[in-house]
Design a protein around this ligand. Structure first.
Ligand code: ADP
Ligand code: MG
Length: 262
């Protein structure tokens, strides 16, 4: 299977005036082309740090990251990063928010403009191209943020708790939506979430991280016997509960041993 992302023995330490904080310790895994991996772990364990290293926001000091076979620094692969808050600009229309990244990258052409219109149309935002972000619901804004990332045609998408600012109902809908969009577009993605149901309903594999410094505790492949593999069908499938308990147990073993140390 073709690997789009490969991490080997990646560790990371924050250096501050107060001292050193080891955030990641010896992380190794691969993301295959078209695969969707969910990363779960306790708050503050190092999940955002991991994504920041992969997209080059933090310098890699220990270990190796390869994207499409090339070392991170030499890689020209476009990595899309989507954050918790949609960060749309109110002074721009929805369409102009979507093409912002293209403008910045000097990649605004007739073809990419057309692609932006198409994506907005396909994903139900065609009538809102000239609206302002404040006129849209939280879920719609999150979809706009995803389209803004997709229009840059990234090969790998990094999603850092992208739904956590939404209320529960919207979060389910948008999570399902975005999962389907990514599958349809054939993207490889890493989704950081603290919501186990979200991870299990969307991903091909779940990576469970330990408390800080994050190490990989367990990698759990998710296999559902379904005619139509959608997030909604997964939530109703008998395997769902089994996986939920498995991931929960992995996470809580950690919590239990932490309590013993108090
Ligand atoms: P998560 O996303 O899993 O909640 P982070 O990756 O944001 O966790 O942070 C992991 C740990 O690294 C945190 O517990 C914090 O102590 C430390 N950390 C994060 N950012 C910084 C920073 N800029 N400077 C120093 N320490 C940091
Ligand atoms: Mg985080």
């Amino acid at each position: 299977m073709e690997q789009v992302l490969h991490l080997q023995h990646v560790s990371y330490t924050y250096h501050t005036l107060d001292g050193e904080t080891l955030a990641l310790s010896d992380i190794s895994f691969s993301l295959n082309k078209g695969e969707f991996i969910a990363i779960v772990g306790p708050s503050g364990c190092g999940k955002s740090t991991l994504l920041s290293l992969i997209c080059g926001l933090l310098p890699l000091e220990q270990g190796m990251i390869r994207i499409n076979g090339k070392m991170l620094r030499e890689s020209t692969t476009n990595v899309g990063y989507m954050l918790q808050h949609d960060e749309l600009f109110e002074w721009r229309t929805i369409y102009n928010n979507v093409i912002l990244g293209l403008e910045v990258q000097h990649a605004l052409t007739a073809r990419t403009r057309k692609h932006a219109h198409e994506l907005l149309g396909i994903y139900g935002l065609g009538d809102f191209e000239n609206s302002r972000p404040s006129e849209l619901s939280g879920g719609m804004r999150q979809r706009v943020a995803l389209i803004r990332t997709l229009v840059l045609d990234p090969e790998i998408l990094l999603l850092d708790e992208p739904f956590s600012a939404l209320d529960y109902q919207t979060r389910l809908q948008v999570g399902d939506d975005i999962g389907q969009i990514l599958r349809k577009e054939g993207k490889s993605a890493l989704l950081v979430t603290h919501d186990l149901s979200e991870a299990i309903s969307l991903a091909d594999r779940v990576i469970v991280l330990s408390r800080r410094p994050a190490t990989i505790k367990q990698t759990i492949p998710l296999v559902f016997k379904l005619d139509e593999d959608t997030p909604m069908n997964r939530r109703n499938a008998p395997e769902f509960k089994t996986y939920f308990n498995l991931v929960w147990k992995e996470l809580n073993e950690d919590e239990a041993s932490a309590r013993e140390n108090i």
